[in-house]
Design a protein around this ligand. Structure first.
Ligand SMILES: Nc1ncnc2c1ncn2[C@@H]1O[C@H](COP(=O)(O)OP(=O)(O)OP(=O)(O)O)[C@@H](O)[C@H]1O
Ligand code: SF4
Ligand SMILES: [Mg+2]
Length: 346
């Protein structure tokens, strides 16, 4: 096989064009897992998400909706069974490990649980230095200097380089994962519930750190979370997932001000708001039943089994994800082309 076949050429050779190339472009992604009893678990079933340079896109939805699977496929820790993933314009969907290796410096995943992603036998210095050496970002003495600089950027001291992960707190370990993820100055960071395994008391400081670094370094970020306050704080845009699909996508302020999809309305109605008067006056939309199985998703609108507004049409006809004014997208039969939507609470 020639080099040309194994090493993909970037789509943009021109640097100016590169500025406008999304850091992540997921198109019609599918990830179906073979089920033990036959059939397929349709964990991700036609998801498209684009993240521009320096943009933060939040991915929310209840447990089992497919968020982590999207994140893992986006950074090619898993391989999609359909659709495409482009990073900086390069199609990485089915690249081999070998062909991916030189590109890996450009994108990183920060996991939920830092304990499982940091090798306990290595020192913190070795953990952070590993990608720096692998991608030849620095050599010799300069590696240690770079490690200490990164430790400083995540609020730790140079001495931490000689410790082992078990000697640090959960919050400090997550700071190490962030330092490691940023060690090669990536264009894209996928953060999958980066604070949910931490003590509530340190969640805010780790989230603030991520927000500050994102602003300073300008990497694009797919921020996966259950925490609606966190996503409102960090994300420019939010995609809402339900049973393997995106049901609504909108700029953060617009989504919180006027959620259009009945599922988004239910999700946001459960979020606490700082104003106690508003909290009391707000109607909580309670969804009945569990998330249906992705092995056999409901026909028509996948949300119809739990939607307070479902009609006969919803049980048979699949709603498409349509563009609305203001850069929004929603998939619900009841949302009009001008964005007028019924309120699931009334
Ligand atoms: N390797 C796998 N084999 C079979 N099914 C899987 C596999 N990985 C995930 N799934 C299934 O895919 C669906 C989506 O899982 P995923 O972990 O992506 O959801 P999630 O939105 O991240 O949930 P959570 O919020 O709990 O982290 C679930 O039904 C899950 O059981
Ligand atoms: S299409 Fe029907 S079931 Fe689906 S969200 Fe809209 S109203 Fe509810
Ligand atoms: Mg998950």
């Amino acid at each position: 096989m020639t080099t040309a076949q194994t090493v993909p050429a970037p789509r943009d050779s021109d640097e100016t064009a590169g500025q406008h190339t999304p850091v992540l472009e997921i198109t019609a992604m599918e990830r179906h897992f073979a089920a033990s009893g036959g059939g397929a678990v349709r964990a991700v079933d036609g998801v498209s998400i684009t993240i521009g340079r320096g943009e933060v896109v939040g991915l929310v939805g209840e447990s089992g909706s497919g968020k982590s699977t999207v994140g893992r496929c986006a950074v090619r820790l898993d391989e999609p069974t359909g659709g495409t993933v482009r990073i900086n314009g390069t199609d990485v969907t089915h690249l081999s490990r070998r062909a991916l290796r030189p590109l890996r410096k450009d994108f990183h995943l920060v996991f939920q649980d830092p304990s499982s992603s940091l090798d306990p036998r290595m020192t913190i210095g070795q953990i952070i230095a590993e990608p720096i050496k692998l991608h030849r970002q620095a050599r010799g003495e300069a590696v240690r200097a770079r490690v200490e600089q990164l430790l400083g950027q995540v609020g730790l001291r140079p001495e931490h380089a000689d410790r082992h992960p078990h000697e640090l707190s959960g919050g400090q370990r997550q700071r190490i994962s962030i330092a490691r993820a940023l060690s090669c100055d990536p264009d894209l960071v996928v953060a999958d519930e980066p604070t949910s395994a931490l003590d509530v008391s340190v969640q805010a400081s780790v989230l603030n750190l991520l927000a500050d670094l994102q602003r300073d370094r300008g990497f694009g970020c797919l921020f996966i979370t259950h925490d609606l306050a966190a996503v409102e704080f960090l994300a420019d845009r939010i995609a809402v997932m339900y049973l393997g699909q995106i049901v609504e996508q909108a700029p953060t302020a617009e989504l919180f001000a006027s959620p259009k999809h009945p599922y988004t309305q239910a999700l946001l109605s459960a979020a606490p708001v700082p104003d106690p008067v508003e909290q009391r006056s707000r109607e909580r939309i309670v969804l009945h039943g569990d998330l249906p199985s992705p092995l056999d998703p409901p026909a028509g609108c996948r949300f119809h089994t739990r939607c307070p507004l479902a009609t006969d049409r919803c049980r048979t006809e699949v709603p498409v994800l349509r563009e609305l004014p203001g850069g929004r997208q929603v998939s619900c039969h009841l949302v009009a082309a001008d964005g007028t939507a019924p309120d699931a609470a009334s």
